[in-house]
Design a protein around this ligand. Structure first.
Ligand code: NAP
Length: 266
């Protein structure tokens, strides 16, 4: 059987790096991208040494509107074929809508919404043509909640990714392409260091609510292989997602407000 290769965005840390290890363990060749090239190179050396797979590194800043086009062109220039895509790169800003620089809002939308759309639109045709493909869009439990107070755009962006994944799952049925929206809850990565909320989240939520990036990555890989359109790792996260769906808006919004106040976001 031909070797498969998967492009993983945001592979320099956290869930993206864990997904890279899990896919390599399952025999996939990789293309790793993020801004920090040295971290990608170190991961590529680790993974190729351990699993004997081919790992290409292409650094890119996905906040740049042109980055998805340039990334796909750089992949083609190296003669690499992409059988899988994981749209994982992401970050949040928890300072409230008005106190957040509009440039940061634009970057959030670009990195987590527009870049996944652009990469999927460019890479999916080849997957459909070849009768095999895998796409994982890393959304969030936040995308299944009615709102994310203090981090106003994050939840809606992740909701978009869930709905877009479900639409793609419907459109690609029977083509050999699987599409999965991954909706993790609290996961131990650099995410909360980057948004500056490590102290608040660590004191507000007990250790048992946190999952490892490795566990989340394994759940994602299995769900995508099983062609599940959406997966939320962890029983408690599934209970919260169900409550977000079932409770009337006002009750659910009050629940979210309590969460945002505990984290000093509103
Ligand atoms: N951790 C959680 O609790 C949690 C929960 C639910 C969902 N998620 C989602 O999981 C995904 C991965 O986050 P994580 O938790 O693994 O966080 P992380 O450890 O901070 O990793 C984020 C990754 O995104 C990359 N990235 C950020 N901005 C980028 C940009 N402008 N261009 C290219 N790459 C960029 C970072 O690489 P560079 O800095 O090298 O560019 C890094 O590799 C995100 O989409 C996040 O929303 C996380």
């Amino acid at each position: 059987m031909a070797r498969r290769r998967i492009l993983i965005t945001g592979a320099s840390a956290g869930i993206g790096a864990a997904l890279a290890r899990v896919y390599a363990e399952n025999g996939w060749d990789l293309i790793l991208t993020a801004r920090r090239e040295a971290a990608l190179d170190a991961l590529a050396t680790e993974i190729s040494g351990r699993h004997g797979v081919d790992v290409a590194v292409i650094a890119a800043d996905l906040a740049d509107v042109e980055a998805p086009r340039r990334l796909v062109e750089a992949i083609a220039a190296r003669g690499l074929v992409v059988d899988g895509l994981i749209n994982n790169a992401g970050f949040s800003r928890t300072t409230g809508f008005l106190a957040t620089d509009p440039a940061q809002h634009a970057a959030m939308v670009q990195v987590m919404l527009s870049a996944p759309v652009a990469l999927s639109r460019r890479l999916l045709p080849g997957m459909v043509e070849r009768g095999f493909g895998r796409i994982i869009n890393v959304a969030s439990l936040a995308g299944q909640m009615p709102a994310t107070g203090g981090d106003t755009l994050y939840g809606p962006i992740k909701s978009f990714l869930i709905k877009a994944s479900q639409g793609l799952w419907l459109e690609t049925r029977g083509t050999g392409v699987h599409v999965t929206a991954l909706c993790p809850g609290y996961t131990l990565t650099e995410f909360h260091d980057v948004n500056g909320s490590r102290e608040q989240v660590s004191s507000a939520y007990p250790a048992w609510m946190w999952q490892t990036a490795d566990h989340v990555a394994r759940v994602a890989h299995a769900a995508c292989e099983a062609d599940r359109p959406r997966v939320t790792p962890g029983v408690m996260n599934n209970v919260l997602a169900a409550l977000g769906k079932l409770l009337p808006d006002t009750v659910a919004l009050n629940m979210v407000a309590g969460h945002a106040r505990r984290l000093k976001r509103i």
